[in-house]
Design a protein around this ligand. Structure first.
Ligand code: ATP
Ligand code: LTN
Length: 345
């Protein structure tokens, strides 16, 4: 917490808390960047928040992972965070599994989370259809662990993509329920979702969210894609048979491209439509590929540098976990006392 001096007196100014995690379940996509990471950096750089950002390695285990690949993805995920502008001098950066309080609070919150509400989660429904041979308990109780991640730090804002809104709502419901029984224990978190980057769609099936675990590589742009790969994928992006670069009902493909162009350049839809007046889909796809390649290139180059220095990543995570653990333990002690557990002496 920062401290300021007012009239010679020391006054504690409590900054609000911003927290968000990302699963190391594959190479991070343009959707992850525009929906989440980019906003994490903006919030961090505003200087108005204490920020905690982590790789949700425990959450990634809800889907079967190859151990070797997972380890690499964890490092790669952390490298992308740093390369995107998350600064360990300004934000607390860590791996979820390194702060044991997450799993501990998750257990307790599981006992305050209802079967019915978990059954309504669209992510659970989607993932249990996708991984029908592995509908495990962790996949089902995933939101209780996510609520623990958030509530441990008395988080105010959670920058995420639109798809996580429902998980944020259940985290609020759990906090509310617990506070209602035991008195104010947790801060109720709010989602922070921006307009244009909130839901980037697949380039191959533009009615589906772009997802890092999509096996179709043409459907996703990853932060590790080369300029040539990015341009090729945009050229192949599925669009309707029309021609004018204009948003419209049922034009999912072109709507998605306009949205991506807007999120990357900061231009409004009307301005983009004017810019491409009289031009066809081909020109616009090329322009999209170019602006995205320019955005991704500096990040990709830095990721490669960080990946060659894993000791540095380890060092940052060690410090991050130590710092996070202090705040987390405070909340956990409070929770133990409230529910009647005896805190270790
Ligand atoms: P998976 O395919 O393993 O489910 P994912 O690509 O959906 O992964 P998550 O780790 O679940 O990614 O999400 C990390 C962050 O990125 C979350 O805040 C999520 O809302 C955001 N996000 C994911 N996909 C998109 C997208 N297509 N558009 C905008 N934001 C997204
Ligand atoms: N469920 C999130 C990842 C996640 C998360 C969190 C996001 C795990 N814990 C805490 C925000 C806050 C997802 O992106 N699928």
């Amino acid at each position: 917490m920062s401290e300021i001096i007012v009239n010679g007196e020391e006054k504690k100014e409590k900054k609000k808390i911003s927290l968000s995690f990302i699963q190391p379940s594959g190479a991070f996509t343009l959707g992850n960047y525009l929906g989440a990471l980019k906003n994490w950096v903006t919030i961090q750089d505003s200087g108005e928040f204490n920020c905690l950002y982590a790789v949700a390695d425990l959450h990634a285990l809800t889907v079967r992972q190859d151990p070797k690949a997972l380890k690499n993805q964890i490092y790669q995920g952390l490298a992308v965070l740093l390369a995107s502008g998350i600064d360990p001098e300004k934000s607390i950066v860590f791996q979820q599994s390194h702060v044991h309080q997450h799993a501990e609070l998750a257990w307790i919150l599981n006992c305050y989370t209802m079967f019915g509400e978990l059954s309504r989660m669209t992510q659970f429904k989607d993932k249990s259809a996708k991984y029908a041979d592995n509908i495990n308990a962790g996949l089902f109780t995933y939101p209780a662990l996510m609520a623990a991640d958030i509530l441990l730090y008395q988080t105010n804002f959670v920058p995420v993509g639109q798809d996580q809104k429902q998980h944020l709502e259940i985290a609020r419901d759990i906090a509310n329920r617990f506070n209602g029984i035991y008195g104010k224990t947790f801060t109720e978190p709010e989602p922070y979702i921006t307009k244009s980057g909130a839901r980037i769609m697949s380039l191959a099936e533009p009615t589906k969210k772009m997802s890092k675990s999509d096996p179709n590589q043409n459907a996703i742009i990853t932060i590790l894609d080369t300029d040539a790969e990015i341009i090729k994928k945009f050229k192949r992006a599925v669009t309707d048979s029309g021609s004018g670069v204009r948003m419209g009902e049922g034009k999912d493909g072109i709507n998605n491209l306009i949205n991506i162009y807007s999120a990357v350049t900061g231009k409004e839809t009307a301005e983009i439509e004017r810019e491409f007046e009289g031009k066809g889909y081909g020109d616009f796809k090329m322009a999209c590929g170019e602006v995205v390649a320019e955005t991704v290139r500096p990040i990709r180059e830095k990721v490669n540098e960080y990946m060659n220095n894993k000791d540095y990543i380890d060092e940052i995570c060690k410090t991050g976990a130590e710092r996070a653990s202090i705040f987390a333990q405070r909340t956990l002690d409070k929770v133990y006392k409230k529910v009647g557990l005896v805190v270790k002496k």
